[in-house]
Design a protein around this ligand. Structure first.
Ligand code: HEC
Ligand code: HEC
Length: 324
């Protein structure tokens, strides 16, 4: 049964004087999860999942996203192929949170061309990108029950999103560039006051031996994401943090200023973490993002400027040299 809900918004506007208020009624309709207008994406309701083989596979996929380490971590009960983090550490609420790095648009936009690999990527490939980089692990076999389950879950989440579109609230927030470079020293102060109670002064988080996963995941060090991961770009890190950290923050009620988010991103991404061979990444160097910290580049800006900014001159240069 699809649910039909009507939201009635009454706007009272005072035009020239407030003696004669005019009332306008706007009706927005929502059928199931296919939201009309520009409403924020809402994930399908898990209580609609039953016990069919397909639904059970979807539920296993959700479980793998939430408790990845339990199954695939260093003491995982199915395989030992990842660093102990959960997909959900970065894809909050099992990949359903608005601007919490959710999977809203994955089913609707993959397979798609990605500049990092310079190839058309399937959902399998994109999932394994995160397994090998964010979880600093070994790729899952495409035919494994685990990969099939993760794919089934991600496809189910995005089933109501029209092909080729990304609903509002998809993925991560894009923060405006600062005029100045992001400052790791100032970020260190933000870290000490807003982050280290959970992620610890040495950034290694807090592991819970009872359930074999992190209560507070690591932000750097041997068990963190590697230098090829998305969060290693400071725009991705800052966008994630702005709408999600300290834990419990939403995009509607951010707790850090943009500047604090950029600075703490610069601080965390200046700390040691695992490496990975990135020589084959961005085969077309002109496609490298402004904040991609490894050269060679199709412009004359340094690796340092590509890491910390200021990014505006880079963006401006690219605009003026459209062929780049
Ligand atoms: C350390 C953080 C982190 C972890 C852990 C992580 N990811 Fe990601 N993931 C990212 C970032 C960052 C992006 C890119 C977001 C962007 O640029 O908008 C991403 C993107 C993705 C995308 C593509 C989303 C899109 O809309 O194109 C998929 C699919 C994905 N991750 C799956 C997974 C799966 C499955 C796991 C666990 C096996 C996982 N990720 C673990 C950080 C992480
Ligand atoms: C109250 C505890 C708490 C505070 C304070 C906090 N975090 Fe987190 N953080 C978490 C938890 C818990 C998760 C994992 C969320 C999940 O799995 O649902 C997380 C996840 C993350 C992640 C993604 C996973 C990873 O380990 O890479 C980043 C990045 C992050 N936090 C950065 C920060 C930054 C920066 C601050 C300070 C501005 C901060 N956090 C403050 C609890 C906290």
């Amino acid at each position: 049964m699809k649910q039909l809900s009507l939201h009635i918004i009454i706007l009272i506007s005072c035009l020239s004087s407030c003696n004669q208020p005019t009332t306008k009624v706007v009706v927005q309709s929502q059928v199931g999860n296919s939201v009309t207008s520009t409403a924020i994406w809402v994930a399908p309701d898990t209580s609609t999942l039953g016990n069919s083989d397909t639904d059970r596979l979807i539920k296993y996929g959700r479980e793998l996203i939430s408790n990845t380490s339990l199954y695939l971590g260093p003491h995982g009960k199915v395989m030992n192929i990842t660093n102990g983090m959960n997909c959900q550490n970065c894809h909050l609420d099992a990949g359903t949170k608005p601007f919490g790095n959710n999977y809203a648009a994955v089913a609707a936009t993959y397979p798609k061309y990605r500049g990092r690999s310079g190839s058309i990527e399937s959902i399998y490939k994109r999932v394994n990108d995160c397994v090998q980089r964010s979880l600093n692990g070994t790729a899952l076999d495409t035919s494994s029950q685990e990969m099939q389950a993760v794919k089934a879950y991600i496809e189910w989440l995005g089933k109501d999103v029209p092909k080729g579109t990304s609903p509002k609230g998809t993925g991560l927030l894009d923060l405006a560039y600062l005029d100045q470079p992001a400052d790791p020293e100032k970020g260190k102060i933000v870290y000490a006051s807003r982050c280290e109670t959970c992620h610890w002064p040495n950034g290694e988080g807090k592991f819970n031996a009872n359930n074999g996963s992190y209560q507070y995941p690591p932000l750097w060090g041997a068990h963190s994401y590697n230098i090829g991961a998305g969060l290693y770009r400071i725009s991705r890190f800052a966008g994630y943090v702005k709408s999600n950290m300290p834990f419990g923050t939403s995009y509607e009620h951010p707790q850090l200023t943009d500047e604090e988010a950029w600075n703490v991103a610069a601080y965390v991404n200046s700390q040691p973490r695992p490496g990975i061979n990135i020589n084959k990444d961005w085969p077309k160097i002109e496609a490298k993002p402004d904040d991609y910290p490894f050269g060679p580049y199709a412009d004359t800006f340094s690796e340092r400027q590509h890491k910390y900014g200021p990014f505006l001159p880079i963006a401006e240069y690219k605009k003026q040299n459209k062929h780049l």
